[in-house]
Design a binder for this molecule. Structure first.
Ligand SMILES: C[S@@+](CC[C@H](N)C(=O)[O-])C[C@H]1O[C@@H](n2cnc3c(N)ncnc32)[C@H](O)[C@@H]1O
Length: 379
């Protein structure tokens, strides 16, 4: 039942729809035996590989190191199995920890209570063995313990990322419906854009697609702003290996040519948010953001266009969204010759309203909303 995680096998969580892209990315970052499994990707890595994935993956939400997996029909069963884990091998009593639980389709129904039982099991085991126990710190713990219970099966893991990796740290100002950073990175990746022509977002909101496109082109490690990772609390953490990986990632960065990435938005606050967020990333001075209704733009010819116009579920209402998609389709047709547009739509009806036949449709999820990313070639 108890398997102390020492074979270097990790589980990278990815948002629905991003599993295959994450699999490819993890292999590029040096993961071995990478395979999709449930809502994520399993892979093997050594210490450097684990640091590299956490530092550089743009698509993965967090990387878990599984400690134990067991059948779990009751809170008592959870407590007993969790207490049997050799916590003293992974956590020192002078460290702090926190438990984050996700429970679904199981006899245990309350995530909060499940987390409390697991926390008690850790504390009781330490108290019984050494009289000293690590404190709980839910804000900035050293060790992030992750509990997942699905179909009455529990998996207890250490979160080597130390909180979700989509929180890059550059988003200081938000707008009504910002894209999650990992989803924006996936859209940039699906576009295949490598800087050979300008990339433009005419509905840039808080600038997430612009920021992710910048970090992609300039090879800025996605977690460059994160100052503490969960892997730093692992018993075999070697700061020299991490320092080497960090330096290797930082040494790869390159400058952005002037005018290569630009965005615009109708809304004054969105433009201010996009500029403020981009300022959080060094080297983005060349990313221009202007306040403009797309209908007033002279055109965007010969570019890669990436955007998620408001689609009426989370911003505005459906009728207006249909008209806006129709007008945007007309704009693409008339004023964007030679461009390829990647447009995220909240539903199929809107995808039709754009009035252009997509060359491809990708299924992606924006939180719970099933979306289509339309690839439209404009001749
Ligand atoms: C769903 S949000 C985009 C969110 C953005 N991707 C982000 O991550 O923050 C849609 C944006 O379209 C903008 N918008 C709506 N109508 C517009 C128009 N006619 N021209 C330009 N921008 C418009 C809104 O102000 C809003 O910021």
């Amino acid at each position: 039942m108890f398997a102390y995680q020492q074979d270097g096998r990790y589980f990278a969580q990815a948002a629905r729809g991003l599993e295959e892209l994450a699999r490819i990315e993890l292999a590029e970052l040096g993961g071995r035996d990478v395979e999709i499994s449930g809502s994520g990707v399993q892979f093997l890595a050594d210490a450097a590989g684990l640091c590299r994935v956490n530092h550089r993956s743009r698509l993965v939400s967090r990387v878990l190191a599984p400690l134990a997996a067991f059948s779990c029909f009751s809170e008592q069963a959870l407590y007993d199995a969790a207490r049997a884990i050799e916590w003293e091998k992974v956590l020192a009593p002078e460290r702090t920890f926190a438990v984050f639980a996700h429970v679904g389709e199981s006899r245990i129904t309350h995530s909060h209570y499940a987390a409390l039982r697991l926390k008690d099991a850790v504390a009781d085991r330490f108290r019984e063995r050494s009289g000293r126990r690590p404190d709980v710190d839910t804000e900035h713990p050293d060790a992030w313990i992750h509990l997942s219970v699905r179909d009455d099966r529990a998996v207890v893991s250490l979160d080597t990322s130390g909180g979700s990796l989509h929180r890059r740290g550059y988003r200081q100002q938000s707008v009504a419906a910002p894209l999650q950073e990992t989803l924006a990175a996936a859209i940039v990746r699906l576009s295949g854009w490598q800087g050979e022509r300008p990339l433009v977002d005419p509905f840039c909101g808080s600038g997430t697609l612009l920021a992710e496109a910048f970090m992609h082109f300039c090879r800025v490690p996605s977690a460059f702003k994160r100052n503490k990772f969960g892997f730093e609390a692992l018993p075999d953490f070697d700061p020299r290996i991490w320092e080497e990986v960090r330096r290797e990632g930082e040494a790869m960065t390159r400058e952005l040519p002037e005018g290569l990435i630009r965005g615009s938005d109708l809304d004054r606050q969105s433009v201010a948010a996009a500029r403020a967020n981009l300022r959080e990333i060094p080297g983005t001075r060349g990313v221009a953001v202007e306040r403009k209704d797309f209908r007033e733009l002279p055109g965007i010819p010969g570019a890669t266009i990436v955007c998620n116009p408001p689609y009426g579920v989370r911003v505005g209402e459906a009728q207006g969204a249909r008209l806006l998609f129709k007008e945007f389709g007309d704009f693409l047709k008339r004023r964007c010759q030679g461009s390829t547009a990647y447009v995220l739509c909240g539903n199929l009806e809107l995808a039709a309203a754009i009035g252009l036949k997509p060359a491809r449709r990708f299924v992606l999820f924006n939180g719970p909303i099933e979306c289509r990313l339309l690839k439209i070639e404009i001749y």
